[in-house]
Design a protein around this ligand. Structure first.
Ligand SMILES: *[C@@H]1O[C@H](CO)[C@@H](O)[C@H](O)[C@H]1NC(C)=O
Ligand SMILES: *[C@@H]1O[C@H](CO)[C@@H](O)[C@H](O)[C@H]1NC(C)=O
Ligand SMILES: *[C@@H]1O[C@H](CO)[C@@H](O)[C@H](O)[C@H]1NC(C)=O
Ligand SMILES: *[C@@H]1O[C@H](CO)[C@@H](O)[C@H](O)[C@H]1NC(C)=O
Ligand SMILES: *[C@@H]1O[C@H](CO)[C@@H](O)[C@H](O)[C@H]1NC(C)=O
Ligand SMILES: *[C@@H]1O[C@H](CO)[C@@H](O)[C@H](O)[C@H]1NC(C)=O
Ligand SMILES: *[C@@H]1O[C@H](CO)[C@@H](O)[C@H](O)[C@H]1NC(C)=O
Ligand SMILES: *[C@@H]1O[C@H](CO)[C@@H](O)[C@H](O)[C@H]1NC(C)=O
Ligand SMILES: *[C@@H]1O[C@H](CO)[C@@H](O)[C@H](O)[C@H]1NC(C)=O
Length: 835
């Protein structure tokens, strides 16, 4: 009996160990499943290189890979020659200036400080368009027999998606990845079989392109470019943007042929590629692009955003990855080397997790939940995976020409929710980049400079009668006009611009890109601020303004005021390094900052006011934490300094709040804002923001609870987790690592370069994460941090100051105790082992 039990246990052990698919990373750093994906937003697995993206359900004899090209959008000037970014006409400029004056007057004179609408300033969204899916690539493998030993996985150590299965004595493996250095994606199929198997060569493979599966995509022309290359050319609509894919097949030892079907009258041409007799492997490599051109988004190009036909560039790009001597092993090795050098080599987190290799990821996710007070055991392994997945997704989508959008670069169908565009959510996409040493944000800044600034300058002029700087209200094709009222929120992007410099001290980048962006937006706000004629306290306020996606339309919104204050501080902090000699501009900024309402007012129920007029409702559980932007990711609240930010005019009196009073007010507001499960939006991103905000306040339990919802079987974050086909929104995935980091290591910004930076170790460590380590984290001031903890307490912390760093004063704090106060110098290293 005893022996039986032992044998049974051994057998179970063997079964358990063998349950992940062959090749799954032994580190456990991946997602795996024992069945094919069905619902795209819940079950398919994403790969991408920034330029291209693809999702796979993990099919066997039939595989359907869904494709994306980062710039494939409907709408814009491609669809409407009169498209002007949702702006007013030049002839309306005076009328707008008058209307704005009237609106300001109405706002200030209103007893409640607000007005119904600013309809007169807004324009119809027109051909705003949407980010769109680019079709499906079908692969048909003529293998026969029952499929057994099926498994599929996404390897986060190597950025590859794989499917493995057995059929008729042969073990098949299909691998999918997109390589950033080659800008190409590859799908490889191979097999191994025992000598007794009847399978001697790879069964015939047929590759085809389908537009029918991509909801709304018109059929393109699919033709044979040559005997081994399929060419797909189509328009996203008529008229609209052109896109092209070139799909090349390689089959060592076998034959590749491309066959065009006879063209029936009225149908676009179609063709397929067929591979037969390959010795052991065959693969396709595809490249794709559109005629969108980021460099054509300025006045000189007539804001056309139109570039040349992408065909020639694609041909030469493809030739580089498909020379006759290019082996699959070499393309794969190049891809893995690149991915790891950017993503996994510079940084690692360990939460003390044990990989749970015996349970598929979908089953783990079904069981995963944290009770409302953050008490339950949680699952270290899932939390570690979600963290790594966020960095994987950012790395795989940010390194193209355009920034990650609301779905990264992964979108299915030609019309996507909220157009998959870039407003506040996209800003969230990059929260984790600086702190986890993922240097992928530069394309985003280039995009702001080339896509937003030019038309934003036009908007500043026509809508605000402001002739310097720029403002935008939304995204691609330089949509800068005011849609529904959404305020002018370009200032919030500038937090990133400053942060990137603060983390890297990359002076060349600051001079060429960061400073011009910051100066442009600061110039606009300098001219757009007006004196508060409601309270007559001689402060400067934004008017009209609103909190994102919320009424009322009022003045002095905390969100705008806090950000503009931070923006003006960044101008002062970055002026010297910019090399700019415009000291008048600097002085104007400093004078305006002196008069600026800082957006920190404590209201009647102890809350941090969302607007300057105290009208917050304690039952408002709105998804946005607009007025808490200074708590996270900003610092106007988190680093509140009464000597700099006080006193505040309130009802004719001057009050000076203490930092604790301000933090308490922020906490009151945060608690009343609820847990982000409202019927209006049970979305992931609002939880990630709440989690980071609770971590900022040192509330580990609530931080931990907020992290646990809205993730599907493929770990995509969802808009409504209870929908059978939920909407995917990537912002919570990408914000997840930043929320976790904010619980482990905090160093919020400070208003001046002379103010000491406080680096707090383990400020909100949940009980569930008693031991762990971080390698390669970064904090501002050009400082890299390695941290180890055990028994819920730090055991070792190492700080290394980069060689380019500007000297700063820092304080290192743990559990309220200052462990060290020092001035950094370039190259300094400091190790702390006693806490
Ligand atoms: C897949 O895994 C689940 C959970 O371990 C198990 O219940 C199920 O039987 C497996 N399915 C197959 C086809 O192996
Ligand atoms: C627009 O701004 C200019 C310069 O400040 C000013 O002279 C002009 O009166 C403004 N136009 C209107 C219609 O307010
Ligand atoms: C906007 O407000 C103005 C002034 O109060 C009013 O006349 C107008 O009807 C309102 N428009 C809409 C669309 O609500
Ligand atoms: C598929 O393979 C079978 C043999 O297993 C063969 O008879 C058949 O012709 C093949 N079909 C195609 C489309 O290659
Ligand atoms: C081919 O597939 C087998 C599994 O059948 C795998 O072990 C092997 O490494 C693969 N070869 C290549 C070159 O990818
Ligand atoms: C082209 O042919 C393939 C294979 O028959 C088919 O699946 C696909 O839908 C066709 N494409 C178009 C655009 O009709
Ligand atoms: C598709 O082919 C037709 C002719 O068959 C041609 O008129 C059309 O311009 C082609 N479309 C694209 C996008 O190349
Ligand atoms: C969110 O808060 C509501 C109201 O307090 C509560 O009923 C619900 O259980 C909470 N849900 C989660 C997931 O925290
Ligand atoms: C502010 O000044 C305006 C006139 O400039 C006046 O109408 C208004 O009543 C004043 N408001 C307060 C609160 O004093």
């Amino acid at each position: 009996m005893w022996i039986h039990r032992c044998l049974f246990a051994l057998l179970q052990f063997l079964l358990v160990v063998r349950s992940t698919p062959t090749g799954f990373p032994s580190s456990g750093n991946g997602l795996w499943y024992n069945k094919t994906g069905v619902i795209w937003s819940r079950e398919w697995l994403p790969v991408g290189n920034g330029y291209l993206a693809a999702t796979t359900p993990g099919g066997t004899t039939q595989e359907t890979v869904q494709l994306n090209i980062e710039s494939l959008w409907s709408g814009g000037p491609f669809a409407d020659p009169n498209y002007n970014g949702g702006n007013k006409q030049p002839s309306e400029r005076d009328a707008m200036a008058g209307a704005l004056r009237d609106i300001r007057q109405s706002v200030f004179q209103s007893p409640t400080g607000d007005i119904d609408n600013v309809t007169v300033l807004t324009t119809d969204a027109g051909q705003y368009g949407s980010y769109a899916g680019a079709g499906y690539l079908l692969s048909n493998l003529n293998s026969t027999g029952a499929v057994t030993k099926y498994g599929r996985y996404l390897d986060l150590d190597q950025a590859t998606a794989r499917t493995v299965w057995t059929q008729d004595g042969a073990v098949y493996q299909r691998t999918l990845f997109c390589s950033n250095p080659t800008r190409a994606c590859t799908q490889h199929t191979n097999f191994t079989s025992s000598s007794s198997s009847t399978i001697k060569t790879l069964p015939a493979l047929t590759y085809a392109f389908s537009s029918a599966l991509e909801d709304g995509l018109p059929a393109p022309n699919v033709t044979c470019l040559n005997s081994n290359t399929l060419q797909v050319r189509g328009f996203i609509a008529d008229p609209s943007m052109l896109y092209e894919f070139l799909v090349h097949a390689s089959a060592p030892g076998g034959t590749v042929s491309c066959t065009a079907f006879p063209v029936a009258f009225g149908t676009p041409p179609n063709a397929t590629i067929r591979v037969t007799g390959a010795t052991k492997e065959a693969w396709i490599t595809w490249v794709g692009d559109t005629n969108f051109d980021l460099d054509a988004g300025d006045e000189a190009s007539g804001f056309s955003f139109r570039g040349p036909d992408p065909h020639d560039t694609l041909t030469s790009l493809l030739a580089k990855s498909t020379t006759p001597s290019t082996s699959f092993a070499s393309i794969l090795a190049e891809h893995i080397e690149d991915y790891q050098s950017v993503t996994t080599a510079p940084f690692a987190l360990n939460l003390g997790q044990t990989a749970l290799l015996d349970i598929p990821t979908d089953v783990l996710m079904q069981q995963y939940q944290i009770d409302a007070v953050g008490n339950s055991a949680g699952n270290l392994y899932i939390e570690w995976l979600l963290f790594n997945y966020g960095r994987y997704l950012l790395s795989s989508s940010a390194r193209g020409v355009l920034p990650t959008n609301l779905q990264g670069k992964w979108a299915n169908g030609i019309g996507n929710a909220w157009s998959a565009d870039a407003n506040i959510n996209i800003q969230m996409n990059y929260w984790s980049a600086d702190m986890t040493n993922l240097d992928v944000a530069k394309p985003m800044f280039d995009y702001l400079l080339k896509n937003w600034a030019p038309r934003g300058a036009y908007t500043a002029e026509v809508l605000y009668n402001i002739t310097r700087g720029w403002v935008v209200h939304n995204e691609i094709f330089g949509h800068s006009g005011m849609k529904a009222f959404d305020g002018g929120n370009s200032a919030q992007w500038m937090i990133h611009v400053w942060d990137y410099f603060d983390y890297t001290n990359d002076v060349a980048w600051w001079k060429s890109t960061g400073w011009p962006l910051l100066k442009g937006v600061a110039s606009f706000h300098l001219d757009n601020l007006v004196e508060d004629l409601h309270f007559n306290d001689s402060t400067l306020v934004a008017a009209p303004c609103n909190s994102p996606e919320q009424v009322p339309i009022t003045f002095g919104c905390a969100h705008a005021q806090q950000i503009i204050w931070q923006l003006f501080n960044a101008v002062e902090k970055g002026f010297a390094a910019s090399g700019d000699t415009d000291t008048k501009f600097l002085n104007d900024i400093l004078v305006a900052r002196g008069k600026l309402d800082r957006g920190i007012h404590i209201g009647s129920w102890g809350q941090l006011q969302e607007w300057k007029v105290d009208q917050d409702s304690p039952t408002d559980t709105h998804r946005h934490l607009s007025h808490l932007i200074g708590l996270f990711p900003g610092y106007a609240v988190a680093s509140y300094d009464p000597t700099i930010q006080g006193p505040v005019a309130a009802n004719g009196q001057e009050v000076t709040y203490t930092k604790q009073q301000v933090l308490d007010a922020a906490q009151t507001s945060l608690v009343h804002r609820g847990n982000g499960t409202g019927p209006d939006a049970d979305s992931g991103w609002e939880k990630a923001w709440r989690a980071a905000a609770y971590a900022q306040l040192g509330d580990a339990k609530t931080f931990y609870h907020m992290l646990s919802r809205n993730f599907a079987a493929n770990l995509f974050s969802e808009y409504d987790p209870f929908d059978s086909d939920p909407i995917f929104q990537i912002d919570a995935n990408l914000a997840y690592p930043s929320a976790v980091m904010n619980a482990l290591l905090q160093a919020p910004d400070v208003p001046t370069l002379d103010t000491p930076l406080t680096i707090t170790l383990l400020p909100a460590l949940p009980l569930q994460w008693p031991k762990g380590s971080i390698r390669g984290a970064r904090v501002r001031g050009g400082i890299a941090v390695d941290l180890t903890w055990s028994g819920g307490k730090p055991t070792k912390a190492v700080f290394k100051v980069s060689d380019q760093a500007v000297p700063r004063k820092i304080q290192i704090v743990y559990a309220g105790k200052t462990l060290a106060s020092l001035s950094t110098t370039p190259g300094l290293s400091k190790t702390i082992t006693s806490f």
